[in-house]
Design a protein around this ligand. Structure first.
Ligand SMILES: Nc1ncnc2c1ncn2[C@@H]1O[C@H](COP(=O)(O)OP(=O)(O)O)[C@@H](O)[C@H]1O
Ligand SMILES: [Mg+2]
Length: 410
């Protein structure tokens, strides 16, 4: 039973504009059963353009094909038909792996590592020098509000806290494209607001964000454009304001009026032939009320054992796709606190040079594609404990040096 996929099916033919980060044409994914019979058309001939600097929301009920679309874009799944380009490259191009951050729907975090060690593990997969690692990890922990629980094992974290550490992990390589699959699942409204704030700050810095969710209000608050999927197809897409605007109504907002003034306004409108008018007090969102109440409790000094509200955006996250490289490193080195644990530079540089091939392999395992594209990569979220491809020696060394790190004079 031959399938439509040709070996080069997902390589774009047409030149892409500089601003195009993701382009999908006729993207289709059919999952087969054990006997290779076509079973589920998870993604059905979708076209998708995501531009640099936008927050794009992929919406849809469970099973509509959002996560499959994301995995196709990441090169974790091979399309049955259609084409994909990410930064103008094949989705499995290893150069892309360093430019993409991914928070999978299910975070696979090592429960016995603490938040700091978890981020250190991923930073080491990207072969970041110790000084850079430390600065990035500290700022990311602060950004997601987990710095005060950074030494607690992840296994003790709530689901929402684990999502936050997953978000920090997705940002450790300062990606240009951030792909978030249900980022706020399991989060309380405070954590959700934090994540939305981070998304908006990242967008302000010129990052491109693909966000998929079935939580409509989350998407509504942060996205520029959305596509609504159902049954593997995009049913509607466009600017969120255009999609939501009710073209047949007009709303006027004024400071609160007394009843007599309201009556006169209605009469004036009716004298102009405008009927079917109503006047009502606007309601704030329940989310706003909730956050205000919590903020008041916090201001009065009430304690919590959970995550704190996050801090400002991590300084190392570069602005836009072109601001990468030396400037980021300079900034990091400059803002870094005087390093008590600075590594001997020649040692780390040597290690970096020697391990270029290894780096590609490990980064490949992070985003699941690795060097050699196999026919299909069914499981591989980047955070999956890399049972097969993993550099488990990193974990081992982390655990071994844990006690040392906790000594005051390490
Ligand atoms: N690995 C797989 N094998 C078989 N079917 C799958 C696989 N992954 C997803 N599907 C099916 O594809 C459809 C879309 O799934 P998914 O993309 O996860 O939806 P969403 O993320 O919108 O909830 C569902 O019917 C799901 O059962
Ligand atoms: Mg999903």
């Amino acid at each position: 039973m031959s399938q439509a996929a040709t070996p080069q099916a997902d390589i774009p033919q047409a030149p892409l504009s500089q601003d195009m980060v993701v382009k999908c044409i006729g993207l289709t994914k059919v999952f087969k059963d054990f006997w290779l019979r076509n079973r589920v058309k998870a993604v059905n001939a979708i076209d998708l353009d995501i531009h640099r600097g936008e927050v794009f929301g992929l919406l849809g009920p469970n099973g509509s094909g959002k996560s499959t679309t994301i995995k196709l874009i990441l090169g974790l799944l091979h399309p049955t038909a259609g084409r994909i380009a990410v930064f103008g490259q094949h989705p499995r191009d290893v150069k892309n792996k360093q430019r993409i951050g991914y928070l999978p729907e299910e975070s696979y975090l090592y429960p016995f590592l603490n938040a700091y060690e978890t981020l250190e593990y991923y930073a080491r997969l990207f072969h970041q020098k110790r000084g850079i690692r430390k600065g990035r990890i500290d700022t990311l922990l602060e950004m997601v509000g987990l710095q005060h629980v950074a030494r607690r094992p992840i296994g003790e974290y709530s689901k929402g806290m684990q999502r936050k550490i997953g978000l920090a992990q997705a940002l450790i390589n300062d990606p240009d494209l951030l792909i978030l699959d249900e980022p706020t699942s399991g989060m309380d409204p405070i954590a959700t607001a934090d994540v939305k704030r981070v998304i908006l700050s990242l967008a302000e810095r010129g990052k491109t964000i693909l966000l998929c969710s079935h939580l409509l209000s989350d998407v509504e608050d942060v996205t520029d454009r959305v596509a609504i999927m159902y049954g593997g197809k995009i049913r509607r897409h466009g600017q969120i304001d255009d999609l939501l605007e009710q073209h047949d109504r007009t709303m006027i907002s004024t400071p609160a009026m007394d009843p007599q003034t309201e009556e006169r306004v209605i009469q004036a409108l009716e004298s102009q032939g405008v009927c079917d008018t109503s006047i009502a007090r606007p309601r704030q969102k329940l989310e706003t009320l909730f956050l205000n109440i919590v903020a008041e409790a916090q201001a009065s000094g009430a304690a919590t054992s959970g995550a704190e509200s996050g801090g400002k955006i991590a300084g190392f996250l570069a602005t836009g796709a072109d601001a990468r490289g030396d400037a980021v490193i300079e900034q990091l080195v400059a803002t870094r606190s005087t390093g008590s644990d600075a590594e001997h530079p020649s040692e780390s540089e040597l290690a970096r040079d020697e391990s270029k091939a290894h780096e590609d392999q490990v980064i490949g395992s992070l985003t699941g594609g690795a060097g050699a594209p196999g026919p299909e990569a069914p499981s591989p979220a980047p955070q999956t404990p890399p049972q097969e491809q993993a550099d488990t020696s990193l974990i081992d060394s982390l655990i071994q040096k844990k006690d040392e790190d906790h000594k005051p004079n390490g």
